[in-house]
Design a protein around this ligand. Structure first.
Ligand SMILES: Cc1ncc(COP(=O)(O)O)c(C=O)c1O
Length: 303
């Protein structure tokens, strides 16, 4: 399976557990998603398909091009929509765009069931297989045990929490878009911080707002100052990229320079706080501290 190096490092595990081989692909400098042309260039006769991640809640660019390619070549295409609850493109929701999708409902996600997740598909066969696998591989007309699996059922309590949470999904996505607009109004004109744009056909879920800092800014120092000195929690998305994570480094011969765009972009990525209860006044405060503190973090001489 082909999967972006700039995604969730744990996303490679299911492929490896099934004795598959994850093949990493480069990412775009922005909006930090998989580079579809690079991914397609890695296809061989052994390729089963692709898993794309709607990173930070932004629908994977060129997804339609990839979908058409997969249909033509008979390859499987899956969305990791863990960041993209409520995101859409041209009115079509994340989770309904290709062969199948997975969602995480981990507590930090836009909506949560406190644990577990969800698979969506419009394939009857795949849905039946997923239902069987979630309960020890049991199913079919005679309710036999047909597959090696485990107990991956969501408890009713977790499902009830998730169902309640989902009722406020659209409201939550609208709030996050409003917060990002406040950041755009205040930071959009700066030449040291770039906020990626997207077309009007996209509804971005803004699980996070990944921005790109000027390459002379010491991102780690800036993050540290905001967090430790000012209590402003901020973040970035999965750094370093998968090929440089200890668990995978040896497997991929993961030397620096293997995926230069992902390495450079992720090292400069900075996510100001976006969450369910952040207010306009909070955004003003974050912007004030950020613009004051960044002055101390310019390191043009770093090698
Ligand atoms: C993009 C992505 N995929 C998958 C996962 C895994 O989700 P879970 O912890 O619910 O298994 C995460 C979790 O952070 C994620 O961010």
């Amino acid at each position: 399976m082909i999967i972006p190096t700039g995604g969730f490092p744990g996303g490679l595990s299911p492929i490896l557990f099934e004795n598959g081989i994850p093949v990493l692909a480069e990412m775009d400098e922005q909006p930090f998603c998989m580079d579809v042309s690079d991914a397609i260039s890695r296809v061989t006769t052994n390729t089963a398909g692709f898993i794309v991640t709607h990173l930070a809640g932004r629908i994977q660019p060129d997804l339609e091009k990839l979908r058409r390619y997969c249909t033509k070549e008979g390859l499987f295409l899956m969305e990791d929509a863990s960041h993209a609850h409520g995101a859409s493109i041209a009115g079509n929701k994340a989770g309904s765009l290709v062969d199948a999708a997975c969602f995480s409902f981990y507590p930090t996600k836009i909506k949560t069931s406190l644990a577990n997740g969800m698979i969506t598909t419009d394939s009857k066969e795949l849905a039946e297989l997923a239902r069987s696998l979630r309960h020890h591989g049991q199913g079919g007309p005679r309710n036999e045990f047909n597959y090696l699996a485990s107990d991956w059922c969501m408890s009713e309590i977790h499902a009830a929490v998730g169902a309640c949470q989902l009722q406020e999904l659209d409201e939550q996505v609208a709030h996050r878009n409003q917060v990002v607009q406040w950041y755009r109004d205040r930071l959009g004109h700066l030449d040291w911080l770039m906020i990626p744009e997207h077309g009007e056909e996209i509804v971005h879920a803004y699980y996070k707002l990944p921005t790109l800092l000027h390459s002379d800014i010491d991102r780690d120092e800036l993050q540290q100052k905001l967090e430790v000195k000012h209590g402003i929690q901020n973040g970035n998305i999965y750094y370093p990229p998968c090929h440089l994570q200890p668990v995978h480094q040896e497997r991929f011969g993961g030397t620096i320079g293997l995926f230069p765009i992902a390495e450079k972009a992720l090292a400069r990525q900075f996510c100001p706080p976006v969450h369910a209860s952040i207010t306009k006044e909070d955004v003003d405060h974050v912007v004030k501290i950020l613009t004051a503190r960044v002055q101390e973090c310019w390191k043009p001489d770093r090698s």
